[in-house]
Design a protein around this ligand. Structure first.
Ligand code: BG6
Length: 485
């Protein structure tokens, strides 16, 4: 009889996750071109109309590029990892990281997206970063596209709305696979691919007001990303035998507010709409339930000959996902709305929420892991999880972030339970091990890190790094392979 697992496997990959556009800065150095993230402005809280500010209209883009719209663009500066990566990686190593998730800023390699030749300085930068990681025995986990579509592709092709972008992406993927074939084993094609349905600009450099039928354009752009992901998987397996490609979903485990079948049906539908993306990536075909949705919404996906076969043949090797919260939905129009970075729902009375209103649900992570594994039987990798919170720096410089340790502890406990349930979980990278710019609000005050960065929302600060209490706590978690929490 097979042995029941008692805890984390010996080779479990503990670490942290980041994205180039929120971390690196140096947006116009060493030949880098502009990307979608570089034109996302920070809007002071009082002036925000929605929770997140991730969309850019045609008019706004023109005003930004002509200088008519003046604002801060924090993702251009990040937290200066570009110049401080050695110091930062040394701190990750001190915590005992086995893996570090980062993205390659596509426009650092192909400044306009469609250039004939890559930018050598950009390639060299990631060579240096990977070498530095390997110096400490840290495995890089690399996302090819984390909201960083080159702006040149938006201006010329309306981003992923155009099929041509598939070819440019494949060229980019092939370039970096060949360059880093001895340095990177774990890859992810698109970060939170489902974000395209929330923000086509952030998800795919698509200025959606240029589309006649916005839903059609959104799902067509997604089709292009699915095809591009399969092409990248094919290339990866040819160029780096043994390397693994993962997909990445912002998973929203969705509960019914009551046992009223109408609520249950609503939750089932929402779960399907969220799992659609991993269904395509992992099962290699569009699920049946989407046919009805497409039909009722006048969406007709334009496929090229060979697309279906490509999706079927080159499915992902593992499923990765972000998990911050769960959602609760009701079929009734009443009910107090809950907040989230991307999605809404109603308030779940059994859960507490973060300072930003995200409903904290550690058991939901165990449910998510079990559901994913039941559905796909592929290895799972949690590549984002964490608590965005305000931190207070004491007079002596210390930061007592017990709330962060509590959040992470409770989630790691549930991961262990899921492993005992039989789930094949291969790793965990908590989001933002070092404070970085928020994706949804471009704030600095929303902090996830074990490492504090002295920088505020308006750009003041020395960028000095310091350890929060959670730094030594996470170090202990890793050293004990998840036993000491
Ligand atoms: C995920 C993204 O949605 O959540 C990250 O992949 C992001 O880029 C993270 O930073 C946390 O969201 P936020 O808005 O708090 O930065």
């Amino acid at each position: 009889m097979a042995q029941v697992r008692k805890g984390f496997p010996e080779d479990f990959l503990w670490g942290g996750a980041t994205a180039a556009n929120q971390l690196e800065g140096a947006y116009n150095e060493d030949g880098k071109g502009m990307s979608a993230a570089d034109v996302i402005a920070w809007i002071p809280k009082e002036q925000r109309t929605g929770d997140h500010v991730m969309e850019v209209s045609s008019e706004r883009l023109e005003d930004i590029l002509s200088g008519k719209f003046e604002a801060r663009f924090p993702k251009r500066d990040g937290v200066d990892f570009y110049h401080r990566y050695k110091e930062d990686i040394a701190l990750f190593a001190e915590m005992g990281f086995k893996v570090f998730r980062l993205s390659i800023h596509w426009s650092r390699i192909f400044p306009n997206g469609d250039d004939a030749q890559p930018n050598e300085a950009g390639l060299q930068f990631y060579d240096d970063v990977f070498d530095e990681l390997h110096k400490y025995g840290i495995e890089p986990l690399v996302t090819l596209s984390h909201y960083e579509t080159p702006l040149g592709l938006t201006q010329k092709y309306n981003g992923w709305a155009s099929r041509e972008v598939v070819g440019f992406f494949a060229n980019y993927a092939e370039t970096v696979f060949k360059r880093y074939k001895d340095k990177v084993k774990y890859w992810i094609s698109f970060n939170e691919i489902n974000v395209m349905t929330i923000s086509p600009f952030t998800g795919g450099g698509v200025v959606i007001d240029q589309a006649e039928n916005q839903l059609q354009t959104t799902y067509q752009a997604l089709h292009h990303q699915f095809v591009a992901s399969s092409l990248a998987t094919q290339l990866l397996h040819e160029i780096i035998p043994g390397a693994q490609m993962g997909c990445m979903l912002a998973r929203m485990e969705t509960y019914a507010n009551t046992c009223n079948p109408e609520d249950v049906l609503k939750a089932q539908k929402e779960n399907q709409m969220n799992l659609f993306f991993t269904d395509v990536h992992a099962r290699g075909e569009y699920p049946k339930y989407m046919e009805r949705f497409f039909n009722e919404n006048n969406v007709v996906i334009q496929k090229e000959p060979g697309d279906d076969e490509l999706l079927k043949e080159y499915t992902v090797d593992y499923i990765s996902f972000s998990y911050y919260m769960s959602l609760t939905v009701t079929a009734s129009p009443e009910g107090e709305r809950a907040k989230g970075n991307l999605f809404g729902g109603v308030k779940n009375p059994y859960l507490k929420a973060s300072d930003w209103g995200w409903q904290i649900d550690p058991i939901g992570l165990r449910i998510t892991l079990n559901n994913f594994y039941d559905r796909y039987q592929k290895p799972l990798f949690i590549v984002e999880n964490g608590l965005g919170a305000y931190d207070k720096v004491e007079e002596d410089g210390s930061i007592h972030d017990t709330y962060r340790m509590d959040y992470l502890r409770q989630h790691i406990e549930q991961m262990k339970e899921a492993i005992i349930d039989g789930v094949d979980l291969i790793g965990y990278t908590s989001w933002g091990p070092i404070d970085l710019v928020s994706m949804s609000t471009s704030e600095m005050s929303k902090r996830y890190g074990f490492i504090y960065v002295d920088l505020d929302d308006v750009g003041n600060g020395t960028l000095k790094r310091s350890k929060k209490d959670s730094f030594n706590w996470y170090k202990k978690v890793i050293a004990s392979n998840g036993e000491e929490l």
